[in-house]
Design a protein around this ligand. Structure first.
Ligand code: F6R
Length: 240
């Protein structure tokens, strides 16, 4: 695991955007794995700037997002599909049909999940997977106790995650209780992984990641089993 400590969230975001742009410039028809949450917002803004400056072209890129609430319609402003449109897709030249977010409105989640993994495989697999991390060490919605080989699946959210995500809703009761998430197995199949960690509240999770233990109670530690992971963290997350 490669760890890079950035002075600030702004610096982390620029660095992450540069790394993603480098991936796209090296392989214009690459497959990106994308994440939502507050951490990648700065990265998406920096990527948009690089696009506007003519430094990166997304016209041949395909993307797969990590997760979506369930049940959730894509038009709902709380949906991860809506988030991606607002934060990134509508600002760059990625083809709308090449962007994928798990279907939170499906009435057959297990078929939807199996199909998502098949589609990723048929697209040639993910070249670069962008990730954030939960305060409890979750990755996507692979919560503490997650299994290493899980593929895309429907999963209940933990109380901790519902509480952490309540800030995006008017009340905790409105946070969906489930999500469709790529599993740790699907995530670890990506050829390279870029994990962003920002803020004091992520210090404990980062410390566990830097320890030498792989612990299913902190699913992020499974990333230690992958040969090509870069962790970009800011000072606040590193120093605590
Ligand atoms: C988002 C996701 C989540 C977030 C995590 C951190 O697609 O899968 O695992 O990465 O909850 O969220 P923020 O960045 O809001 O602290």
């Amino acid at each position: 695991m490669n760890i890079l400590i950035c002075d600030s969230y702004g610096h982390l975001s620029e660095k992450a955007a540069e790394m993603i742009a480098r991936q796209v410039n090296t392989k214009p028809d690459c497959v990106l794995g994308l994440a939502t949450g507050s951490t990648p917002i700065g990265t998406y803004a920096a990527l948009t700037k690089l696009y506007e400056a003519g430094k990166v072209d997304f016209s041949r890129v395909t993307s797969y997002n990590l997760d979506e609430y369930y049940p959730m319609s894509p038009e709902n402003p709380q949906s991860y599909r809506y988030f991606m449109e607002e934060q990134l897709f509508r600002h760059i030249n990625i083809r709308p049909e090449a962007t994928h977010v798990p279907d939170g409105a499906t009435d057959n989640p297990s078929a939807t999940c199996a199909d998502y993994d098949r589609q990723i495989e048929a697209a040639g697999g993910i070249d670069l997977q962008l990730l954030g991390i939960g305060q409890n060490g979750h990755i996507g919605f692979n919560e503490p106790g997650a299994t290493l080989h899980a593929s895309t699946h429907l999963t209940p959210l933990t109380e901790d995650t519902i509480a952490a995500n309540a800030r995006f809703f008017s009340s905790p009761e409105e946070v969906p209780t489930h999500a469709i998430s790529m599993g740790m197995g699907s995530i670890l199949r990506a050829r390279s992984i870029l994990l962003l960690i920002s803020g004091k509240n992520k210090h404990a999770a980062l410390s566990q990641l830097l320890s030498d233990k792989v612990d299913p109670l902190c699913p992020a530690t499974f990333l230690k089993l992958h040969p090509c992971v870069t962790v970009l963290c800011d000072r606040e997350a590193y120093d605590g």
